[in-house]
Write a protein that binds this ligand. Sequence first.
Ligand code: UD1
Length: 387
Amino acid sequence: MTAQWPVGLGPVICIVGARPNFMKMAPILRAFAAHSPAIPALLVHTGQHYDKDMNDRLFEDLRLPQPDINLGVGSGSHAVQTAEVMRRFEPVVDEKKPSCVLVVGDVNSTLACTLVAVKKGVPVVHVEAGLRSYDRRMPEEINRVLTDQIADRLYTTERSAAANLAREGIAADRISFVGNVMIDSLLSNRALARAPAATVSAFAADPALLAGEAGYGVVTLHRPSNVDDADVLASLLGVLRELADSLPLVFAMHPRTRGNIERFALSALLDTPRIIVLPPQGYLEMLGLMAEARIVLTDSGGLQEETTALGIPCLTLRENTERPITVDQGTNTMVGTDIDAIRRHALATLAGLGKRGRVPELWDGHAAERIAADLAGWLLARQQAAH
Ligand code: UD1
């Protein structure tokens, strides 16, 4: 007989809001369905990201079910976005009576839903807990610190996270080291990745550019600290332009970055056939582009981890990282916005001196199964303790 989810224990409300949440949630939902008993889940999308490029294509690629509920909040200032998610999520919690709310990552939707649930006495589970950049100018750092402080069960991707949490007074028995769900997605989709030539051809760019002896590099930039200031953005685009002489670049451009390049009139800096500018790419396109790249230059959190798992050298254009294992064990080098350092490390990588690394502990494709097993046991134990 198939085991049944206990009567009286509500569904797990799973929250996604922005692009980096989707690849984390897809394996979790699959593991919940495969668990015995199946863990009932309701997928709630806050609507923080909504464009076809930022949203729909990722849902298709990752085989994510359509959300049960979409709160449709859209863009806004941090205050407006956070408040709007809270206002619209509260009635969902009242109606659905979840056993817990599961949040991933560090976007505004993560914190907003956490606040709503905790204040209603509904336990919160945070996947990718305990990462710290120790840079409180980053909105994500505020979201991480506050979410972890009030969440009930914390799942971590690397061992350094437990020490960060201990420093903030969080008891060890709330924390479980399970590995990295983002790498679950990467491993299960690796064979489906789209060929880079097909990806660029779809945008009328010449695939022959990628097939040259030098290979090609991949670029993404979207952090406010890199793209919201005209001088910083201009100097980063300048060094990319310079690197493009040695290595053709594929630049998958976030809407925030595209908007700012237009606003600051910087488009001329990218006006060379050796930089292929694409809109935000689907998951399978990005995976294909990264897997065959000579180098990735990025300020994304997720790409630091994905390049480490793929063994591709990554230069991170930030001063700090909340994912130190990608530097200590993986292929990641922090270069900040120091133009000389970017140039030096990029050229060294092209000369064959790029960083080699190893795949971190428990980045093995089974993190979501470990979460499902632990969470089911934890929820049952709580239910029994309550009676
Ligand atoms: C958010 C996350 C960031 C994550 C990033 C991935 C926070 C604080 N930040 O930043 O951690 O790395 O997502 O993309 O939650 N826009 C569109 N279409 C969309 C979504 C956004 O055009 O579908 C534009 C809008 O102009 C919007 C801007 O991008 O104002 C920024 O979007 P927002 O969700 O506020 O933050 P991101 O920069 O995407």
